[in-house]
Design a protein around this ligand. Structure first.
Ligand code: ZN
Length: 311
């Protein structure tokens, strides 16, 4: 953190002495996306009019990400910075300050209906006031496709404000991509329909799927809370093991961004096989099963359905 603050003054000097480039309309719009899912949205809306940098990459955990000095340099040069908001990116505030960026910062959860955080388990008192994760809303709004459409609309608005000449293109791209999102949404709903209603409770590592649960009717239980920062308590783990033993949870999954140890422990103690990997807060790498947001959402419901139905 100190390195970043030290960098801030150096960056200010660079900014003041460099030639302004915004006058050239041929220059691509310099866009920074805070994490991989937003990066995919940005690519779909921006196409080749933008030059995109994503801070937290595939399989990365934005909750605990530590920005590098290079990230501060990237931020300082950006025209538009796309962030989730709702305190998802714990690193963001100090990175914005350290980089002294003049970019417009577009908060993509603006306009969604935020869900309250799930009632914290017994580790509620472990959260300190300053960690920012215990004061309000669940930030994982992208786990509902209806919300993803709002993110996309906000991105188009942010790009139009920064690059009026490209606005028609951004709007056309957003409309095309929104239609693809609608198809993915229908696929998810049909997949959930195929799972018997009393089998729709599952276990995963952390509370990343509240919006998915709310939108599609699959119930997620997790030993860790909304942020991966807090440790699960022994009592939470014991409670989940009890749920599995009483057949209240049908399947159990690891996540791509979290340590699988806890989930594997629950699986071992209950004799339930881990049903696969869910992609919670990040895409997979390009050669994985979830290199785009649409792939991610389809892959997750496919993995859930396959594990529950045993197909
Ligand atoms: Zn998360």
């Amino acid at each position: 953190m100190h390195r970043l603050i030290g960098l801030a003054s150096a960056l200010t000097v660079i900014k003041l002495t460099s030639t302004p480039t915004t006058a050239f309309s041929a220059e691509p719009l310099k866009v920074v996306a805070s994490f991989s899912i937003i990066g995919d949205f940005a690519r779909n809306v921006g196409g080749d009019r933008i030059e995109l940098t994503t801070l937290v990459g595939p399989d990365g955990d934005a909750h605990v990400y530590e920005p590098s000095p290079a990230d501060a340099v990237t931020m300082s040069k950006a025209d538009v910075v796309l962030v989730n908001g709702l305190q998802f990116e714990g690193f963001l505030q100090r990175l914005v300050e350290a980089s002294a960026t003049k970019a417009s910062i577009v908060e993509l959860t603006k306009g969604i209906e935020p869900l309250k955080m799930k009632e914290a388990h017994s580790h509620e008192q472990e959260g300190t006031a300053e960690d920012g994760h215990h004061g309000g809303f669940d930030p994982h709004a992208f786990q509902s496709v209806a919300n993803a459409k709002i993110y996309v609309s906000n991105i188009a608005g942010g790009f139009c404000a920064a690059d009026a000449a490209g606005c028609d293109a951004y709007k056309a791209n957003a409309a095309r991509y929104t239609a693809e999102l609608s198809e993915a949404e229908a696929y998810i709903k049909a997949s959930v329909e195929a799972i018997p209603a009393d089998k729709r409770t599952i276990i995963t590592s952390h509370d990343a799927f509240g919006y998915f649960e709310n939108a599609y009717g699959v119930t997620f239980l997790a030993p860790e809370g909304i942020s991966t920062e807090a440790e699960a308590s022994a009592a939470d783990v014991a409670a989940l093991i009890r749920q599995v033993r009483e057949d209240k949870a049908s399947a159990i999954f690891v996540e791509n961004i979290t340590n699988p140890r806890l989930v594997e422990q629950i699986a071992a103690e209950t004799g339930v096989t881990v049903g696969g990997t869910l992609y919670s807060d990040a895409l997979s790498k390009a050669n994985g099963p979830a290199p785009t947001y649409i792939d991610l959402m389809k892959n997750n419901i496919g993995t859930i359905k396959g594990a529950i139905l045993g197909s």
